[in-house]
Design a protein around this ligand. Structure first.
Ligand SMILES: Nc1nc2c(ncn2[C@@H]2O[C@H](COP(=O)(O)OP(=O)(O)OP(=O)(O)O)[C@@H](O)[C@H]2O)c(=O)[nH]1
Ligand SMILES: [Mg+2]
Length: 309
């Protein structure tokens, strides 16, 4: 059996982006995992890091433009930033297109900024199952914050909201109907609502309505902030960065962190348990039993659970 490729953590820590990109590919494609590295100590067990930021919202809301502007704020504050862009609907070609779009970022060649797109392969319409691990690798590599941009379709926004330390939902003034149809869970989980494209009519009213609905919503202890931005002109972006920094400090509190760590554990355990489940394989086995006239769904499932089928 060939050995798994080694993750060159020393080089990565020294800021070798090429080694980092390679390591992410290994993790993304399941060639290597970080378990050895991360179970050794400092790493995933580190409670006092609240730098995983999820940015989600409908297609075209201005998430990438906003992320670009946000990077500027954090870099000016002396931080190292990593950005992962996840496109749940990406076929191979669309994924490539997304990659090109990210490459147009102003920050692509900045030494303190690392930008990477991720496919959502194997994730049943949600996030790439290795996102928490990749975020931990980036943390280990010394990034102060990891921003994950997901388009708010499929399961990805629910998943990132559950996994991220801070969830930012980006909406636009025309998004009144979106609030009505927004997936259950997002309204409750969002830490910050951004009304982007506030140069467009209706932004003030929309922001006021959001403010109102959050005050009367099912909110946890802290109702989310509502911030208006014009990402193109970088208006409101400093305020957004400030809010993220402030919330990051609050969220380092271990008591607040435990439910989040439970979410991450659940996500990783679930993915580990289902990783060998393949629907085509199931169909083949079921087909054989149906042909033989012996098929019973419950017997099949319980037999499978015991690993005997
Ligand atoms: N008028 C206006 N246009 C904006 C603003 N922010 C972004 N845009 C434009 O909106 C379009 C979509 O912006 P993106 O940043 O690609 O949006 P996105 O949410 O990342 O899009 P997807 O990743 O495809 O879902 C682009 O043409 C931007 O130039 C804004 O504040 N005002
Ligand atoms: Mg985008």
């Amino acid at each position: 059996m060939s050995e798994k490729p080694r993750i060159a953590i020393q080089e990565i820590r020294q800021g070798n982006f090429r080694a980092l990109a390679r390591a992410i590919s290994y993790v993304e494609n399941g060639i290597s995992d970080l378990h050895e590295l991360l179970t050794e100590g400092a790493g995933s067990g580190d409670v006092a890091w609240a730098g995983l930021i999820g940015i989600t919202g409908p297609p075209g809301a201005g998430k990438s433009t906003l992320v670009d502007a946000l990077i500027g704020e954090f870099v000016r504050a002396g931080e190292k930033l990593a950005v992962l862009c996840v496109d749940p609907s990406s076929s191979f070609h669309y994924g490539a297109l997304l990659g090109d779009r990210i490459r147009m970022s102003d920050w692509y060649n900045h030494p303190n900024v690392f930008i990477r797109s991720l496919s959502s392969r194997g994730s049943l319409g949600g996030l790439h199952p290795r996102v928490p691990e990749i975020a931990d690798l980036l943390k280990l590599a010394g990034f102060d914050r990891v921003i994950v941009e997901t388009v708010g379709v499929g399961q990805s926004e629910i998943e990132i909201a559950a996994l991220a330390d801070i969830t930012v939902v980006v909406l636009v003034p025309e998004g009144g109907d979106e609030i009505q149809t927004m997936k259950a869970g997002i309204l409750e989980i969002a830490d910050i609502f951004v009304v982007n494209k506030c140069d467009r009519p209706g932004a003030d009213l929309f922001a006021r309505n959001l403010q109102h609905s959050r005050e009367h919503g099912l909110h946890q202890v802290d109702p989310p902030a509502v911030i208006k931005t014009n990402a193109l002109e970088k208006q409101g972006v400093a305020e957004l960065a400030q809010k993220i920094i402030e919330l990051g400090r609050i969220k380092q509190d271990p008591a607040r962190k435990i439910p989040l760590l439970a979410e991450r554990a659940w996500y990783m355990i679930r993915n580990e348990r289902i990783k060998d489940l393949d629907k085509r394989e199931l169909a083949l086995r079921i087909g054989k039993e149906v042909d033989a006239g012996t098929f019973n769904l419950y017997r099949f499932v319980s037999g499978f659970g015991r690993g005997t089928s």
